[in-house]
Design a protein around this ligand. Structure first.
Ligand code: ADP
Ligand code: MG
Length: 339
């Protein structure tokens, strides 16, 4: 008899987990932006070099980390966001799996600078391939900056698999827009190779949509709203004449999180029935809240697919709500900037 099973070393386990969490620079963008939001930042800046292949850096003015936490945050399953299994059914943060930073640090060169409000000096940590290579006391503003350099430097196959800068930038902008749309109350800026791409001041939902998609969007937006026991909905649909031939801007946010749902997309499409040309897709920005214990976010590492307890009822309510607002749109004062 011979025993052949062994436990994998941490850095190997992290690299395997990274395969799921980090597909491309845009995945890093999403994880870092979400961490900044969970840290209650009100101002978030994203810096990119070469479509994120050389650098993805997120700077926030959130609550920062202690020196001990700054080391611990790169460990797998290290999180400040949940404590036990019950918490999974009552999530109020974007993160909870405690694996993003561990995964990212396994496959990139990472530099973290962080300082809490009540500290005079902060911490700077450099980590490569899951190993801390330096730790220093540093003078840095309140909040956190995480720079992720040379993604997949140690996995050439993954690096070669990355698409052109244009395609990778598109993926990043998609993630950036989703997060910025989910949080109009937070200011976001995006710079690519030192050029300003977005500078979004904190505002309301309509203004945030307009600042991302252009002034012409404003007149297209029809408010849609409903409040029931199991769901509260707010947001906008675009008037039918502004529907897109290609699948265009279609956004669902549940409890401030962008999600993909072909089922609920169908609910909106069917509310537009008879109003759209053949093959046209409605534009919509629909935000809804459901009780956290009626939704399972933990079915995929990227959390864009979720499971609802009351899927059928949600479908019916969303469909009816959109239909109702479309019925009203030509009489509603749609230019009111404060709705
Ligand atoms: P998760 O977000 O699931 O907890 P992460 O690996 O993304 O896991 O982050 C690990 C921990 O590091 C977080 O729980 C949080 O305590 C801390 N952290 C990460 N990013 C920031 C940030 N920008 N500001 C403050 N704390 C952070
Ligand atoms: Mg996280």
């Amino acid at each position: 008899m011979s025993d052949i099973i062994q436990l994998l070393p941490d850095h190997v386990a992290n690299q395997i987990a990274a395969g799921e969490v980090v597909q491309r620079p845009a995945s890093v963008v999403k994880e870092l932006l979400e961490n900044a939001i969970d840290a209650s930042a009100t101002n978030i800046t994203l810096l990119l070099k070469d479509a994120g292949k050389t650098l993805v850096q997120v700077i926030d003015n959130g609550k920062g980390m202690s020196t001990t936490d700054a080391r611990l945050c790169f460990e797998r399953h290290a999180t400040s966001k949940i404590k036990n299994a019950e918490d999974l059914f009552n999530l109020h943060t974007k993160g909870f799996r405690g694996e993003a930073l561990a995964s990212i640090a396994a496959i990139a060169h990472v530099e973290l600078k962080t300082k809490q409000d009540d500290e005079e000096l902060g911490t700077c940590i450099k980590i490569e391939g899951s190993s801390i290579v330096s730790q220093e006391v540093t003078s840095t503003p309140k909040g956190t900056s995480i720079a992720v350099k040379n993604l997949f430097y140690n996995i050439p196959a993954r690096r070669n698999f990355l698409k052109s800068d244009t395609v990778e930038t598109r993926h990043i902008i998609d993630e950036f827009q989703r997060v910025a749309l989910a949080h109009p109350d937070i200011s976001f800026a995006l710079y690519h190779n030192d050029n300003e791409v977005y500078n979004l001041k904190n505002s309301n939902l309509r203004k945030r949509i307009v600042s991302i998609f252009g002034n012409k969007t404003n007149e297209k937006l029809v408010p849609t709203e409903e409040e029931t026991d199991i769901i509260s909905i707010k947001g906008f649909v675009a008037k039918p004449e502004f529907a897109k031939k290609k699948r265009g801007e279609q956004f669902f946010f549940v409890n401030d999180r962008f999600i993909k749902s072909s089922y609920l997309n169908h609910a909106v499409n069917s509310a537009f029935e008879g109003l759209l040309d053949q093959g046209a897709h409605p534009t919509y920005f629909i935000y809804f809240e459901v009780p956290p214990n009626t939704i399972d976010i933990n079915i995929h590492p990227t959390k864009t697919e979720v499971k609802f307890d009351n899927e059928k009822a949600l479908y019916a309510i969303i469909r009816a709500t959109v239909k109702h607002s479309l019925g009203q749109y030509n009489v509603a004062p749609v230019l009111d900037f404060n709705r």
